[in-house]
Design a protein. Structure first.
Length: 430
């Protein structure tokens, strides 16, 4: 198996229209069925971020599978339904054995504010493919969240995507619109809990919503909304037109995945859509891990405004640089060659991460649970393994793709890492 060495080893893939449609569709329907690693971020922006990550994952997988097939690599996806847990599993034949591989991609934003790093290119990545030092501007780790290490993946394929920052931009370089908002905050568990949905379906009971529109402009006549969800184990999409002052009821649903608005309605949407639960046929107490009843209707109504909608159609210039792959057991071995990092201390050097030298009780438990307790060095105190720590408050250790931009910079969760130099080329799978 050949290791990454040349620019030509890195695949450069761009999406077809069907890829963008597939990504937008799965992102709109699958949030209740997709594990939320960042459970503390239940805000509207947090749910939009989750959905955009799903869109990017599906689009990336579609492009990758097509290129593998084109050059003769035997691979297939297991995607049957948006309710499947293995939505992102890619099965690749490696040395005769079908291997469950996960595509891990991060996004480099081309229109990001200047932060001191060079523009991304294959040449730049190769130049620093073996750099594991403190300077995050030239540090390009291949990341796997620590919460995913126990999953049943057998290999990882790593990529860097390049595009505009699409989190707050709905129109630039778009070939279509899937303007979508999601249940969030107090309404997230009631409307979108997988556990609660399955119990409602088993009991053959659902809930009904009422929607009303409060317009800030006298010129607004009506807006068109689609409520995307499930009922009785099947997709249920209900479309309504809402005029100011006239409420509409929709349902029943067993869960709500998203709310979509057409482009014309979005352009004249100035105000708020207020959503309330009018009928809940399933009355059983359903407790979550904090012993809270998630089948309790929140007292406040649920409100959607313009800023709650993102466009799930990725930009047409979305480009995926597929760097290479490795087996999971090799990832865990190679990870131990490197050093743990925490976030920069700006008053010392804003461009350099700090060594992970303080090991808290939580750190100790996490490292023991993942088999890295032996990587804790005592003299001097240091984590001798490729880990990048989050603060737990919105920022963390930094790298080229997750730069230091202050409190919200760096990785948003604790990750394990290896370097591009550790990867096998994609062509070696042939």
């Amino acid at each position: 198996m050949a290791k990454l060495k040349n620019k030509a080893d890195i695949w450069v893939l761009t999406p077809k229209p069907d890829d963008l449609k597939a990504g937008a569709h799965y992102a709109a329907v699958s949030l209740p069925w997709t594990f939320n690693r960042m459970m503390l971020n239940t805000s509207s922006a947090g749910q939009q971020h989750r959905a955009l990550n799903i869109a990017k994952g599906v689009v990336g997988q579609e492009m990758l599978l097509r290129e593998m097939t084109r050059i003769g690599i035997k691979a297939q996806t297991q995607r049957k339904s948006y309710r499947d847990e293995d939505l992102f599993d890619l099965h690749v034949k490696i040395e005769g054995a079908l291997t469950k591989m996960d595509l891990k991609s991060v996004n480099y934003f081309t229109n990001y504010a200047a932060v001191g790093r060079e523009n991304f290119s294959r040449e730049l990545l190769l130049k620093y493919s073996g750099y594991a030092g403190a300077d995050w501007r030239t540090f390009m780790p291949m990341l796997v969240p620590h919460t995913q290490i126990e999953q049943s993946k057998e290999g990882y394929c790593f990529a860097i995507a390049s595009s505009i920052d699409l989190r707050k931009d709905i129109a630039t370089n778009r070939s279509g619109y899937a303007l979508t908002a999601f249940p969030y905050a107090e309404y997230l568990p009631f409307l979108s809990s997988k556990k609660l949905c399955l119990m409602r379906e088993e009991a053959k009971k659902g809930f009904t919503l009422e929607l009303s529109y409060e317009a800030d402009s006298l010129l607004t006549s009506e807006i068109a909304l689609s409520i995307v969800g499930d009922y009785a184990g099947k997709p249920n999409v209900e479309s309504v037109k809402i005029k100011p002052g006239i409420a509409k009821r929709v349902g029943p649903f067993s869960c709500i995945s998203s709310f979509q608005i057409d482009k014309d309605s979005y352009d004249q949407f100035y105000g708020a859509v207020e959503i309330t639960v009018k009928k809940n046929e399933f009355s059983t107490f359903v407790l979550n891990s904090q012993k809270r009843n998630i089948n309790d209707i929140p007292k406040e109504s649920f409100v959607l405004r313009r800023l709650d909608f993102c466009n799930l159609f990725l930009p047409t210039d979305y480009t995926l640089y597929v760097i290479g792959w490795t087996r999971k057991y090799e990832f865990l071995q190679d990870c131990r060659k490197y050093t743990g990092w925490v976030w920069p201390m700006d008053k010392i050097d804003k461009y350099k991460n700090q060594s992970w030298s303080q090991i808290t009780e939580d750190d100790q438990r996490r490292l023991e649970a993942t088999g890295f307790a032996s990587s804790i060095q005592d003299k001097p105190r240091l984590l001798k393994a490729g880990w990048m720590k989050t603060t737990g408050r919105g920022g963390g250790a930094c790298c080229y793709v997750f730069p230091n931009i202050g409190a919200n910079g760096g990785v948003k969760e604790t990750n394990l890492y290896i370097l591009p130099q550790d990867l096998y080329t994609m062509d070696s799978l042939k």
